[in-house]
Write a protein that binds this ligand. Structure first.
Ligand code: HEM
Length: 148
């Protein structure tokens, strides 16, 4: 039997469930620290600029709104148009999987309860999969659109 706080609670936003704003800051910090330092994420690290400061702030702001908290990204940077903003970077299944592994590592670092980690992983998967933009390695919805 799970602790009451670990049961799915539709009245709590994902941001509240992970522990609020300070937990989100920590999640993003761990995510980019892993990307920066762990050789298994070298492929996606190489797509980023030498300094990750701006990426850290943008991901933190974006995830705040994405997890049901204040829409900081929209307030500061405007419409996310996330897929369009990723088009300059060649993203296929390998890049997606490294991004997800890095985020999964960060979620495990925070010690998130298992059902919560799994449901966030599934949501991250959908968003990350939608970022794929390599010819021959596109999201299923786009392949179907072009009759492929
Ligand atoms: C699928 C694999 C992904 C790769 C390889 C990737 C890579 C990148 C790169 C290289 C940048 C530019 C960083 C910079 O210029 O400082 C970026 C920006 C960003 N990424 Fe990703 N990303 C991925 C998935 C995601 C996902 C799933 C999310 C959200 C859940 C996300 C959120 C963002 C945000 C908010 C920005 C800043 C956009 C801007 O304002 O320019 N990314 N990403």
């Amino acid at each position: 039997m799970s602790e009451p706080s670990q049961l799915p609670n539709p009245e709590r936003t994902p941001l509240q469930a992970i522990g609020g704003d300070s937990a989100l800051r920590l999640l993003v910090q761990h995510f980019y620290d892993h990307m920066d330092l762990d050789p298994e994420y070298a492929l996606i690290r190489a797509l980023h600029p030498p300094t990750l400061d701006s990426a850290r702030d943008k991901l933190y702001c974006f995830l705040s709104g994405w997890m049901g908290g204040p829409p900081l990204y929209v307030e500061k940077y405007g419409n996310p148009m996330l897929r369009a903003r990723h088009l300059p970077f060649a993203i296929g299944s390998r890049e997606r999987d490294q991004w997800l592994a890095c985020m999964d590592q960060a979620m495990r670092d925070l010690g998130l309860a298992e059902p919560l980690r799994q449901s966030l992983y599934n949501a991250f998967y959908s968003t990350a999969d939608w970022m794929r933009n390599k010819p021959g390695d596109l999201p299923e919805a786009i392949t179907k659109l072009h009759g492929g």
